[in-house]
Design a protein around this ligand. Structure first.
Ligand code: PEP
Length: 273
């Protein structure tokens, strides 16, 4: 046996349960818990991914994923033990002079299996509009990346009573056509709850998730029934079970509490019920 090539990427993870039309039918609406570490993490901290993966393998009935920054994807895959690793953004084009951007094919080559598009920070800091979010989602799905499209209202929008209309407009503008083969997921992330420790009240989450489900059903019929809707915004071990009990909450997109196994694993366990 020769020495392993240090430049070679780790082998692809086996097809996640849920890939392909049959897997999609079998797994849809089981809980999905996704960790998002925006501009956070280091090679040294990847021991947390190993610990999360080890614990996640012991929990059945929950699809777990971790989305580190681009620079850590390949190293995270090597430590993930088959737990899905995703990315936090993707460029809509396949190639071209887009300095600093990453295409869906590049993510696939790094063995990412999913990607987050349209989180509020990118909509605000990078002025991403619905059309761009949709183009990114289309590129990701076409490349075979499970795609999480984020929507959510700001605090002034909620206070003005416009939250349902704002999210409806984001859905209408940002959602690609579902591919049938590759999973599309929605994450409802009220902007005022992200990283603030202010979690949305279950009744408010129920209202929004029901509205999103109704939009999906109206748009895609039965296919809309099968789309998972995650809640994101200050999900922690002590509020996860209550949120997961809300109708049409099919999992969580977790920021701060996904960075350590000590905080993330209890959320995964809460999703298992
Ligand atoms: C996020 O970063 O997507 C997020 C929801 O963060 P937090 O869980 O820390 O609010």
């Amino acid at each position: 046996m020769g020495m392993s090539d240090p430049n070679q990427l780790p082998p692809p993870i086996p097809p996640a349960r849920g890939r392909g039309a049959e897997g999609l039918r079998r797994n849809l609406r089981r809980k999905r818990v996704v960790g998002n570490g925006p501009m956070t993490g280091s090679l040294a901290a990847l021991s947390e991914v190993s610990a999360i993966a080890a614990a996640a393998r012991e929990v059945s009935g929950v699809d777990v994923a971790v989305c580190p920054p681009f620079t850590l994807i390949a190293a995270a895959v090597a430590r993930s033990g088959g737990v899905a690793i995703g990315a936090q953004d993707v460029h809509p084009a396949a190639s071209g002079a887009h300095t600093g951007d990453i295409s869906a094919a590049m993510l696939k080559e790094a063995h990412a299996s999913l990607v987050i598009v349209g989180p509020s920070e990118r909509r605000a800091d990078h002025r991403e509009d619905d059309a761009l979010v949709r183009a990114k989602a289309e590129a990701a799905l076409a490349a075979g990346l499970q795609t999480i499209v984020c929507v959510g209202e700001t605090e002034p929008e909620r206070e003005a009573g416009h939250h349902l209309a704002v999210v409806a407009a984001q859905l209408a503008g940002s959602l690609p056509e579902p591919s049938g083969e590759v999973e599309l997921v929605i994450a409802y992330e009220p902007v005022w709850a992200i990283g603030t420790g202010r979690v949305a009240q279950p009744a408010d989450v129920a209202e929004m998730h029901a509205a999103i489900r109704s939009h999906l059903r109206d748009t895609w019929g039965d296919a809309g029934e099968r789309v998972r809707i995650l809640y994101g915004g200050s999900v922690k071990a002590d509020n996860a079970a209550e949120l997961f009990a809300v109708a049409d909450v099919d999992g969580a997109l977790v920021g701060g509490a996904s960075l350590t196994a000590a905080q993330f694993v209890p959320i995964i366990r809460a999703a298992a019920g």
